[in-house]
Design a protein around this ligand. Structure first.
Ligand SMILES: [Zn+2]
Ligand SMILES: [Zn+2]
Length: 534
C-alpha cells in the first residue's frame, strides 16, 4: 500500500521513535524508562514493567524532571512556614532504612575498590554515598556511619592553633526548637536570603571581568571548591547567634560571573543586621598544604617507583599528604562571603512566597552545564580562564592535582596520573559548581522526599475518590521484582515500554474524565494540566 518514496522523502519523516517519545512527553510519561521484570509466584507469569528514569534534568527526560521539581517545590513550601515543630520521635528502623543501608554498603564496597584501583568514578561514588547518608539522616537516622575510607587511616593530632577560630559573634546556647518567633499572636514571617562569593575584580553586565588580567581567577577557583564548607560554617554561626536550630531549604546556583551563590528559604525571622554580621564574620580556613607554585608541569611530572611517587630527576620520594600537612604553618586558603547580603521577610501562603519558591527551584531542571552556557566569545574566554585555574586547584586531599605541587595525595597508587583528577570540580562543563545543588536541613519539613511523593500520590487518590474512582493497591506480596540485566534477550525495546505506559496513561485519563463528567464537572484540558498518575 505504500507508494514508492525517494530516500530523501523518507529521511524527512520523523522517526517512529521520536514520535513515540514526543507523545510520551505530551502525556507526562517518562520518555526513557527502564524495564523491571516482574514474576508472579502464583501464575508463573513474567511481565516487563516500565519504571520512570527519575532524571532531574529536563533535557534528559522532561516529564520526570518536571515531576522532581514539583516535589522539591512542595518540600520547600511545606517547611518554610511550619507553625508546629516537626515530629522527630525515633521510629523502628523501617524497610526504607534497611534498603538504604544495604545500598550504602554496596556503594562503599564499590568506592573502596575504585579508590584502590585509582578509578575515576571513586569521587562520584563518594558523592553518591554522601547523598544516601543525607537521605538516611532525612529519614531520621541519628548517629555516625562508618567512614567510606574504612579504618586504618592514621589520625594526626593537630596543634590547637589549627582549629577554626570562632568568629567574633555573640554566642547563645542553641535551643532545641526550629520555629521562629510569632508576632502579634499570628504572624510568623520567614526569610529569603541570598549569599554571594567575594569580589574577584569588577565585572560587566555579562559577568565577564572589566580587566581580565586583574581578575583574581585563583581565588575564584578556590572559593568555588570550598563554597559548600563555607556555607556550613554560616549555618553553624547563625544558629549560635540566634539561639535556635534554624532550618533551611537552599539552592546553589552560578551567578553570571560563574561564582556560586546561595538562595535560601529560612524558617523564622532573623533581623537583616544579624544576617549581615554573621555573613561578615563567617570564614572557612582550609588547612591543606600550601599550593601556591606549581612544581611540575607539562611532561616533567613525578613518577611512580617502588610504591610511591618520586621526583623525575632526583628520584627522591615526594612528601606524603600527612608529612606535607605537618609542615603547614597557616591555612592554605581562607574563604569568605562577599559583602552583599540580600534578605527579605516573607509571609506564609502569600503570592510573594509562591514567587520565591519558583525562584529557588527555577533552574533545578537544568544541568549545571546548561545553566552556565556561554553565549559570547568574551564569556567563553572567561570560562576558559576559570577552567584553567580549576584544573590546577586541588579539590580534596585525594586529588591527583597535588602531585603537580610535589605532594603525594591520600590514596595514591600506580594508576594515579599526576594532575588528572576526574572529580567534577575540574570539569569545563561545571566550572567548580557543586553536584548537590539543593541543600535541605534535617528538620525542614519533617518529611523525606519519599514522604512528599507519597503525599502527592495520596492527593491524586483523594481526587479520584471524590469522583467515585477507587484504585485499590494491588496485592504485591506474591510478585518478585527484578531489574532486567543488560543484554537480556527478552527485554522489550524501549518503544514498546513507552507505548505501554502511554496506553495506560490514556486509559487512566479517560476514566478520570468520564468520572468528572458523571459528577457534573468539566474535565480539564488534558494537555494543560496533567495530574500525575499515582
Ligand atoms: Zn524519565
Ligand atoms: Zn581533584
Amino acid at each position: 500500500m505504500n507508494e514508492h518514496q525517494t530516500r530523501a522523502a523518507r529521511m524527512q519523516q520523523p522517526l517512529a521513535t521520536d514520535v513515540i517519545a514526543a507523545t510520551a512527553e505530551q502525556h507526562g510519561v517518562c520518555v526513557r524508562p527502564f524495564a523491571m521484570e516482574v514474576g508472579d509466584l502464583d501464575t508463573g507469569e513474567l511481565r516487563y514493567i516500565p519504571i520512570p528514569c527519575g532524571s532531574t534534568v529536563e533535557s534528559q527526560c522532561g516529564p520526570c524532571a518536571r515531576k522532581a521539581r514539583a516535589l522539591r517545590m512542595a518540600q520547600c513550601r511545606e517547611g518554610w512556614h511550619l507553625t508546629e515543630e516537626p515530629d522527630f520521635v525515633p521510629d523502628e528502623p523501617s524497610a526504607d532504612h534497611t534498603a538504604l543501608l544495604e545500598l550504602r554498603a554496596d556503594l562503599v564496597a564499590a568506592y573502596q575498590e575504585a579508590s584502590t584501583a585509582g578509578a575515576g568514578e571513586a569521587d562520584e561514588l563518594l558523592d553518591e554515598i554522601r547523598s544516601v547518608d543525607a537521605e538516611l539522616r532525612q529519614l531520621g537516622m541519628r548517629g555516625r556511619l562508618p567512614s567510606p575510607e574504612g579504618p586504618g587511616r592514621r589520625t594526626v593530632k593537630r596543634s590547637t592553633k589549627r582549629r577554626q577560630d570562632a568568629p567574633e559573634l555573640p554566642r547563645r546556647r542553641v535551643e532545641n526548637r526550629t520555629l521562629g518567633r510569632e508576632f502579634a499572636g499570628r504572624y510568623r514571617p520567614s526569610m529569603f536570603v541570598t549569599l554571594t562569593c567575594d569580589s574577584y575584580g569588577r565585572v560587566r553586565d555579562d559577568g565577564t571581568p572589566v580587566d581580565p588580567r586583574a581578575y583574581d581567577y585563583r581565588r575564584a577557583a578556590r572559593d568555588a571548591v570550598h563554597f559548600a564548607a563555607l556555607v556550613d560554617r554560616w549555618w553553624q554561626n547563625l544558629r549560635r547567634v540566634v539561639g535556635w536550630d534554624v532550618q533551611y531549604f537552599a539552592t546553589v546556583e552560578p551567578q553570571k560571573r560563574v561564582a556560586p551563590h546561595l538562595h535560601a528559604a529560612i524558617r523564622g525571622s532573623v533581623p537583616h543586621e544579624v544576617l549581615r554580621q554573621v555573613t561578615a564574620a563567617t570564614y572557612h580556613q582550609v588547612w591543606w598544604p600550601a599550593h601556591e607554585e606549581l612544581v611540575y608541569a607539562g611532561d616533567r611530572v613525578p613518577v611512580w617507583e617502588e610504591g610511591r611517587f618520586v621526583d623525575p630527576d632526583s628520584r627522591r620520594p615526594l612528601p606524603t599528604w600527612d608529612e606535607a600537612l605537618d609542615e603547614a604553618g597557616e591555612p592554605a586558603h581562607v574563604v569568605t562571603f562577599g559583602q552583599q547580603v540580600h534578605s527579605k521577610g516573607i509571609l506564609g501562603g502569600s503570592e510573594e512566597a509562591g514567587r520565591h519558591i519558583g525562584y529557588l527551584t527555577k533552574y533545578l531542571t537544568k544541568s549545571t552545564g546548561e545553566v552556565i552556557e556561554a553565549a559570547t566569545d568574551r564569556q567563553r574566554t572567561h570560562h576558559d580562564r576559570l577552567h584553567d585555574e580549576l584544573r590546577i586547584t586541588p579539590c580534596s586531599p585525594r586529588c591527583a592535582v597535588w602531585l603537580l605541587y610535589g605532594i603525594q595525595p591520600l590514596g595514591v597508587n600506580a594508576r594515579t596520573h599526576p594532575g588528572r583528577c576526574k572529580s567534577r570540580a575540574h570539569r569545563r562543563t561545571t566550572l567548580g559548581l557543586p553536584g548537590r545543588r539543593v541543600l535541605v536541613s534535617r528538620k525542614w519539613s519533617g518529611k523525606t522526599l519519599a514522604d512528599h511523593r507519597a503525599d502527592r500520590k495520596a492527593f491524586v487518590m483523594a481526587a479520584l475518590a471524590e469522583v467515585g474512582i477507587s484504585k485499590p493497591e494491588p496485592d504485591r506480596s506474591r510478585l518478585v521484582w527484578q531489574k532486567v540485566q543488560p543484554g537480556d534477550p527478552h527485554q522489550p525495546p524501549r518503544d514498546h515500554l513507552l507505548m505501554h505506559a502511554i496506553a495506560e496513561r490514556i486509559k487512566w485519563r479517560a476514566e478520570y474524565d468520564k468520572a468528572l463528567l458523571a459528577a457534573g464537572r468539566p474535565p480539564p484540558d488534558p494537555l494543560a494540566t496533567r495530574p500525575a498518575a499515582a
